[in-house]
Design a protein around this ligand. Structure first.
Ligand code: CU
Length: 194
């Protein structure tokens, strides 16, 4: 009897360990090129630890590099001017909200600036001096995000706690979403917006 109880307890513990989180994987369908996938908790979730990594957006060869940078909310992004001439960094809005717009300023060759992104949403970057320069920073509401494979559209998001999420696909400036349920390792294909 005692042994059975012990086995039951151990089984329960093992099961709860296995099932508490998993990798969400799948493919974004109907999109050419890279997409961004991120999860928005549907239920109240414990706040994620503040990101400590510094993320970088370069200005090099008259381009923002990378053209799409994905960071979790609360992340600090470093903007480096690697060109011989001056550049500017500004965004008119975050997530379409103009009150979050900001002009980070003008940067001479070799100069850099940093900004902490406190609001989730898409940040359309511009350089006032060069209207052809543009890029996006996607600030995600959770640490659960991925960029898809350019060709296959595959994505993997690791260590996702079990639960319900709104899975958002961002592709070339358009977003779509669907509710997904994560229970351990979970596979789901997502559709990109047209
Ligand atoms: Cu510029």
């Amino acid at each position: 009897m005692k042994k059975n109880l012990l086995i039951a307890v151990i089984s329960f513990l093992a099961l709860s360990l296995v099932a508490s989180a998993g990798t969400l994987s799948g493919s974004v369908k109907g999109a050419q090129g890279q997409s961004v996938v991120y999860l928005e908790p549907v239920q109240a979730a414990a706040p994620a630890p503040a990101p400590t990594q510094v993320y970088k957006m370069d200005q090099r060869g008259m381009k923002f590099i990378p053209s799409v940078l994905v960071v979790p909310v609360g992340a600090t992004v470093e903007f480096d001017n690697d060109d011989a001439g001056a550049h500017n960094v500004r965004w008119a809005s975050i997530g379409g909200q103009t009150r979050f717009g900001h002009n980070l300023g003008n940067f001479a060759a070799g100069q850099k600036g940093t900004w902490k992104f406190e609001h989730a949403g898409v940040v359309p970057l511009m350089c006032t001096m060069h209207p052809d320069m543009s890029a996006y920073i996607v600030v995600t509401p959770s640490p659960y995000y991925a960029q898809t494979d350019q060709i296959l559209g595959d994505f993997f998001i690791q260590n996702v706690p079990d639960g319900q999420y709104k899975a958002v696909v961002w592709h070339n400036g358009k977003t779509t979403s669907q509710v997904v349920k994560v229970a351990g390792n979970t596979k789901v294909d997502l559709a990109a917006g047209k």
